[in-house]
Design a protein around this ligand. Structure first.
Ligand code: AMP
Ligand code: ZN
Length: 116
C-alpha cells in the first residue's frame, strides 16, 4: 500500500482525527477505534514502516523508543502496576490489518493467554 493512502500515516500527519494519548517528533500514540480492552492504545512510528519484516538496521532505535513511550503511557494511565500487554501483529496470519508498523498496548482487565 502506498504511503499516501496509509491510514496511520494520515493520523500521524493530522489528516485523520484520533484520540491522541502521546506524541513526540518520532512517535504518536492514540486510542484504538475498536478497543479490545478498557485501555487499548496504538503506538506507531511517524515514519512509514510496513512491519517488522521491512524494518531496516538504521531504523531499530525507534523500537526501543516506542517501548520507552509505552512505559510512560502505562504510568500516565495508571496500569503500570496492575499490568498490561504490548502486541505487534505481523502479516496475514499474525492478524495485521493496517500495513504500518504498530504496537497494541492493552490493559485495564485480566487478559487471556494464549491470545486467539
Ligand atoms: P492490526 O489488526 O494489528 O493491524 O491493528 C490495527 C488496529 O488499528 C485495529 O485494532 C483497529 O481497530 C485500529 N484502527 C484502524 N483504524 C483506526 C483509526 N482510524 N483510529 C484508531 N484505530 C484504528
Ligand atoms: Zn504509514
Amino acid at each position: 500500500m502506498a504511503e499516501e493512502e496509509c491510514i496511520f500515516c494520515k493520523i500521524a500527519k493530522g489528516q485523520i482525527p484520533c484520540e491522541m494519548v502521546y506524541e513526540d517528533d518520532k512517535v504518536i500514540a492514540f486510542k484504538d477505534i475498536s478497543p479490545e480492552a478498557p485501555i487499548h492504545v496504538i503506538i506507531i512510528p511517524r515514519q512509514h514502516i510496513v512491519n517488522l519484516n521491512l524494518l531496516k538496521q538504521d531504523e531499530v532505535e525507534i523500537i526501543g523508543h516506542i517501548f520507552m513511550v509505552a512505559k510512560k503511557i502505562v504510568k500516565t494511565l495508571g496500569i503500570d502496576k496492575s499490568g498490561y500487554r504490548i502486541v505487534n501483529n505481523c502479516g496475514e496470519q499474525g492478524g495485521q490489518t493496517v500495513q504500518h508498523l504498530h504496537f497494541h498496548l492493552l490493559g485495564g482487565r485480566m487478559l487471556k493467554w494464549p491470545p486467539g
